[in-house]
Design a protein around this ligand. Structure first.
Ligand SMILES: [Zn+2]
Length: 270
């Protein structure tokens, strides 16, 4: 194991996880019968009242983990720090498929974004990923003056008005200023949802109303290329959501200690 990644001793990592899941380490409550008096031996727990046994990982998405605790912590660190996957493999001595599997689990437990609502001045645009023929489109909208962004992968190589309208209805608050380019799909959009629509005509050299969302496309592509090298069409929705979370919830991605509490759901009685 390398010395680049700041890693606490194993017992500290385990204590942190135990506290997050079950509450105070020395006062674990049985998740089956909710009574106290649980016996703990290292990572194993046993309830003398109902005879159930469990471990630190067995009731969570970490179930069946074959990584050491230091490797697990290391992966939280490389994920939070956007370390390229190739480099992560070398740093932690973990195979790429294993890294992808664990990053997939981290991602699934990041905040859900269905509730995102954009207001004020909102810039909206579409972009294409994965080539003309087999590629897909992403629709995205971003508040001009904040990091809030809504995005959706359209499973087709072109975007229609029938994709745009439900997207705006879901994510853009009525009364917002909607800024787009001059594409036909946006024409008369205010008849479908009460927004103040204004647009740039790119061939006239107007770009001011879409510069923020254009910047989003650039930074999304750079993020994917640097960290993952490339992305398949099937994985694009996951990576898109990961990137949105990184933009909107910067504080979560500061380090493993800030990331872990967001990924683990405490048991209700903990
Ligand atoms: Zn019990």
């Amino acid at each position: 194991m390398n010395n680049i990644i700041p890693t606490p001793p194993e017992r500290i990592i385990k204590a942190k996880i135990c506290r997050l899941l079950f509450g105070k380490t020395n006062l674990v409550t049985c998740p089956y019968c909710t009574r106290t008096g649980v016996i703990r031996r290292s990572e194993k727990f046993c309830c003398p009242r109902c005879n159930h046994t469990w471990s630190l990982t067995s009731l969570t998405w970490m179930k069946g983990m074959k990584l050491s605790w230091k490797q697990f912590w290391g992966l939280l660190w490389t994920f939070s720090q956007r370390i390229p996957v190739d480099q992560t493999g070398k740093l932690l001595d973990i195979s790429k498929p294993t890294i992808y599997r664990w990053y997939g689990l981290f991602r699934q437990n990041l905040p859900h974004l269905e509730d995102v609502r954009l207001e004020g001045t909102v810039q909206m645009d579409e972009a294409y990923f994965g080539g003309k023929k087999k590629g897909v489109a992403i629709i995205a909208a971003k508040e001009r003056d904040s990091s809030k962004v809504a995005a959706f992968v359209v499973p087709a190589s072109s975007v229609k008005r029938t994709d745009i309208v439900p997207f705006i209805r879901q994510y853009v608050v009525p009364g917002s200023y909607l800024h787009t380019d001059g594409a036909l799909i946006y024409k008369g959009i205010a008849k479908h949802w009460p927004v103040e629509h204004a647009y740039d005509t790119h061939r006239k050299g107007e770009f001011g109303k879409t510069s923020v969302i254009e910047g989003f496309w650039g930074s999304l592509r750079t993020f994917i290329r640097r960290m993952y090298h490339h992305v398949t069409v099937a994985k694009l929705p996951e990576l898109l959501r990961e990137y949105q979370c990184r933009l909107m919830f910067k504080e979560i991605f500061e380090n493993p200690a800030s990331l872990l509490p967001k990924l683990l759901t405490p048991f209700p009685f903990a």
